[in-house]
Design a protein around this ligand. Sequence first.
Ligand SMILES: C[S@@+](CC[C@H](N)C(=O)[O-])C[C@H]1O[C@@H](n2cnc3c(N)ncnc32)[C@H](O)[C@@H]1O
Length: 320
Amino acid sequence: MDRNALSRLDTATEQIRRRLRPLCRLKSGEVWEDESGRHVVACGDAADTVFIKSLFRGRSASLAVHDPPYNLVMFTRRSVSEFIEWCRRWVDNTHDILADDASLYVWLGADQKNHFQPLPQFMAMMAETEFASRSYITMRNQRGYGTQKNWMAVRQELLYYTKGSPAFQVQYTDIPKILRGYYKDVRGVRTENCERSHSAKIRPGNVWVDIQQVFYRMHENVNGCYGQKPLQAIERIVRASSRQNDTVADFFAHSGTTLLACEKTDRRCITVDIDPVFAEVTIRRLERYRETGETGWQAENMFARELAASATVSDSAVPP
Ligand SMILES: C[S@@+](CC[C@H](N)C(=O)[O-])C[C@H]1O[C@@H](n2cnc3c(N)ncnc32)[C@H](O)[C@@H]1O
């Protein structure tokens, strides 16, 4: 295995980015369509209405899964009100490209050192849109931080909204039911009341405790991507809220998890990233999956071959 790990691509030095730029197929405003015609990757701004409209050109999506940047890097550049105004623009763009009956999922963080922003502000902004709130899901991370002086921070927030009345397909975890239904005696026979129990496994409900967060030892790990969501989580969303051959939108592609979930579940994906490097990573992840069946690179470097062929790798050997 090639251990030539990449540092975080978003904060990579200008030297690394200079070397990666020529390896990226897309420049800002450009679009890549895969040869089977199933998926589209674009490099552009989610908040740019003209760009998003032209990208979808009459196509509509039945599902959008968005994972905007909401971490501290973002807050050093924008106040929370600026951030929310920016969110309002891509939320409006999402409304425009969704079908009449469609679902929108948004991953968001809550800064516990700062009145949990931007989660409450985002929720309040969404209340002013035409989306209806449907569920507030928490996914539990296996690893946490800040365990000595506070409750360990292990949650990731996922908001579920709808436009119109989209279908919803019930999902199950792999966790067997511990508690069974209640029992009753009918004409001397003791039976379990399973009327509502269609599976021996539990449903995830709105607290997901069964999904491993991505870390560098996992096959699906995409080196250099700081905000990668677990494939299993996105697949769960895709299976619950879209049908085969539906179009799914993701305006914040990054490592291309939504596109890969769509490939695995026979959906079409139109995905966008403002950064040409992440647009390229997304395309390469699909190509790698099709060639090898691998969902990521684990600790390998997806640009290793080209980087090795060019100059030294002095500043690229920082493990995640
Ligand atoms: C948290 S990551 C998304 C992670 C993704 N769900 C995954 O599993 O890999 C956010 C991404 O949004 C991109 N981004 C930031 N601002 C953007 C904008 N205005 N338009 C489109 N993409 C943007 C960043 O480059 C980054 O790759």
